[in-house]
Design a protein around this ligand. Structure first.
Ligand code: IVH
Length: 731
């Protein structure tokens, strides 16, 4: 062996050892050597790699830290959407889910896996030929952000997994499981190929052996990245020392850490991960149950929560829940409930999803964290569409480790309904959400001095003559039939700021680099007066550069992001404009129907109301928006700047349901048949009134007629209402 080969061998040996000890330390929590011994190994490896850079590989344990900052995150399309979970807040809701699941599957009994629902953020990790290639956030479920460089710094995420048994056992010398299992694997692995693993119902130790210890050539796992309580406390202490604002809770801290543009910062945060699911796997059989899949992933080196349990009946699930309600505070991480999953993967498949949520799992939430404090006053903030929003100003109180000073109060009716009075002792609750809320007053603690709240009284102007916007002093209106009061001045600084923030937000024009503080500064310095001004910022580059707290590089990034946003699809432009009552879904519907801003702006009330789901409230709001001179002016300047205000015409044959014929039978619960048909046609599908051999799908509602029998005879594919809805949603 020549010198070079010897060096290479030593490097590989060191990597094997370091990976092994990393796994013992970060995944199994049971180190075998001292930190000093570990540092020695690492030092030697670093030295060798520096001297022989030809042997450096991206999966070397030395490569977890130190990548240069990225300018902005790229987008990752998830091959399979990342779903969220339905919630159960009570025993009844859990049992209802269970009964429904029994009924839908026709089973008498099934096994569950119960896990903690950790409050962190969901990530997806893709491995190709054994190497971690992509790490992404959940994003909107379909597209996330590429945070690979940051996730690589988390020690409990393997950078590579054994891709073939040979290399795994001998070359890597990196056993991510106990010695006895390795020997087992060595024997069994050779035999496993071709074995019918679906037959193998046994659990735990036998499982990993039923599949050989190699990862599929291409697969994706999902898990929760979190900051353990201890790390969170320490991080906040340091931040306070440095004069930085502390993070509100571990979830925010984890999310903030993972979305750092500079991976070196992420590397300093003690983040951890538990893998909770195999997303997809190509080219290799994987186990038939969730539990076995987790065992298998463990054997590949992934970190799986040791508190997961395989349970055989719903009573045990309740037991598991109660055990952890009692012990949640003693956990090293924050959990806001348990996740109950159907164990059999074929049952999961049969159960499928409804919308964004799987029917085969449910989050059974822990009781919310509550506290009591005094309601000092009720303040008013002004929202994007001018809504006057009351909020509670509280005597600071620590609830579940977080200090709460303010809470949402929604609207005046809500305050009345709950009979909340200023001066009351109130119960506040933090249910995992960022904004805490007020549950209600403790009436027994009243002294009689408490004051009922009147929004109108609160906003009387200085001469007490008329109500006025607390920010700009303009007239306040309450449209008929609405519970909210509005500031009537669209140029109200509070509204303008909220609108600007909404315009640049991710669901809108997605202009990165302009957040709350940047919006405030741009408005304050009068560099921007409305959203259209953003597109003329290029001419004001000098002024931008003078702004404190915006670096030259950020200016370039912001200008690039603005340029890119000109190609934003029409539906998102409509949403970004912030028309009252127009959410993302409605904006999409309007974009499809009108395919141009001008046509939308000029539509009559009748035309608007002829669109299914557009009622008078929405129609009037659209008309009012486009009647307003300032808004017309914004549109004009957006157009002049080159923002796309027309839908690119899609050829009918390119629409997602092109070539498919649908027939609907029976009554649908979500919408009238006419509307269902309109939606199918909007997506390029055709609709028929009777089932023929040309029919692609029969959508079956309640009380289906003879069409169902006909479809069954012809072998036509059937869709339940839920399946139909998720098909529409998908497309
Ligand atoms: S399973 C299809 N298991 O909860 C179901 N999720 O609302 C996918 N979460 O964003 C999720 N712990 O990030 C699952 N043991 C666990 C979890 C868990 C936390 C998060 C997850 C997701 C959210 C679902």
């Amino acid at each position: 062996m020549n010198d070079s080969a010897k060096v290479k061998e030593r490097i590989e040996q060191l990597r094997g050892e370091i990976n092994y000890h990393n796994h013992r330390y970060y995944v199994l929590d049971s180190p075998e050597i001292s930190d000093a011994e570990y540092d020695e190994l690492m030092k030697e490896l670093k030295q060798l790699e520096e001297q022989h850079p030809q042997f450096l590989t991206p999966d070397s344990p030395t490569q977890r830290v130190g990548a240069a900052p990225v300018e902005a995150f790229g987008v990752v399309e998830h091959p399979l959407p990342l779903l969220s979970l339905g919630n159960a807040f009570s025993r009844e809701e859990l049992l209802a889910w269970y009964t429904r699941t029994l009924k839908l599957t026709g089973e008498k009994q099934f096994n569950f896996v119960c896990e903690h629902k950790i409050d962190g953020l969901a990530v997806s990790l893709t491995y190709v030929n054994g190497q971690l290639t992509t790490g992404a956030t959940r994003g909107d479920g379909f597209r996330g952000e590429d945070i690979t460089q940051n996730l690589r710094t988390i020690r409990s995420i393997p950078l590579s997994v054994p891709e073939e048994t040979e290399r795994f056992l001998h070359h890597y010398n990196y056993p991510p499981f106990s010695k006895s299992l390795i020997i087992d694997t060595g024997i069994i692995a050779g035999q496993a190929g071709g074995e019918d693993i679906a037959q193998n119902q046994t659990i735990i130790r036998s499982i990993p052996l039923s599949v050989s210890k190699e990862a599929p050539p291409r697969f994706e796992v999902r898990g929760e990245v979190f900051l353990p309580r201890a790390g969170f406390a320490k991080l906040n202490q340091e931040r306070v020392k440095e004069g930085l604002p502390p993070f509100a809770n571990p979830r925010n801290a984890a999310a903030g850490s993972v979305r750092q543009l500079d991976p070196r910062i992420t590397a300093k945060r003690p983040l951890d991960i538990y893998i909770y699911m195999l997303g997809y796997a190509e080219g290799k059989a994987t186990p038939p149950t969730h539990w076995e899949t987790m065992e298998y992933l463990k054997s590949l080196g992934f970190k799986v929560n040791p508190n997961n349990s395989l349970l055989t009946n719903i009573e045990q699930v309740e037991q598991y829940y109660h055990t952890w309600v009692e012990r949640r505070e003693s956990l090293p991480y924050e959990a806001d409930g348990i996740v109950v999953k159907v164990n059999q993967l074929d049952l999961q498949e049969r159960l499928g999803n409804i919308g964004h949520e799987p029917r085969w799992a449910i989050a059974y939430k822990f009781p919310p964290v509550q506290g009591t404090t005094r309601l000092i006053d009720i303040g008013i903030s002004v929202g994007r569409t001018g809504t006057l929003n009351p909020y509670a100003i509280l005597k600071p109180v620590s609830v579940g480790g977080v200090t709460i000073k303010q809470a949402a109060l929604h609207n005046e009716d809500d305050i009345r309904r709950k009979d909340i009075r200023i001066g009351d002792t109130v119960v506040v609750q933090r249910a995992g959400e960022v904004i805490p809320e007020i549950v209600g007053p403790i009436k027994s603690k009243r002294s009689g001095q408490e004051k009922e709240f009147s929004l109108l009284e609160k906003i009387l102007n200085s001469d007490k003559q008329r109500p006025a916007c607390p920010v700009c002093g303009a007239e306040v209106v309450k449209p008929e039939g609405e519970v909210m009061y509005y500031c009537s001045n669209a140029a109200c600084p509070a509204q303008v700021q909220e609108r600007l923030e909404h315009f640049v937000s991710r669901g809108g024009m997605d202009i990165r680099g302009i957040g709350k503080s940047q919006s405030a500064m741009l408005l304050k310095e009068r560099i921007v007066k409305d959203v259209a001004d953003l597109y003329y910022l290029k001419e004001k580059k000098e002024q931008l550069l003078e702004l404190e707290r915006i670096a030259e590089k950020s200016v370039t990034n912001i200008l690039n992001a603005i340029e890119k946003s000109k190609q934003t699809p029409l539906s998102r432009v409509i949403f970004a404009l912030g028309i009252r009552h127009i959410g993302e879904e409605m904006a999409e519907l309007l974009a499809k129907h009108f395919s141009s801003i001008d046509r939308l702006a000029n539509a009559s009330r009748e035309e608007l109301m002829s669109i299914p789901t557009v009622g008078p409230k929405i129609a009037d709001s659209i008309i009012a928006f486009f009647q307003y001179e300032a808004n017309r002016n914004i549109i004009k300047r957006l157009r002049k700047a080159g923002v796309r205000l027309e839908e690119e015409a899609v050829k009918p044959e390119e629409l997602p349901l092109a070539g498919m014929e649908f027939v609907v039978t029976g009554k649908l619960e979500t919408f009238a048949r006419q509307e269902a048909e309109a939606r199918i046609e909007a997506l390029g599908g055709s609709t028929g009134s009777s089932v023929t051999n040309k029919t692609t799908y029969l959508v079956v509602g309640v009380d289906p007629g003879s069409k169902l029998a006909k479809a069954q005879a012809l072998g036509t594919k059937l869709l339940t209402e839920d399946e139909f809805l998720s098909l529409l949603k998908q497309k």
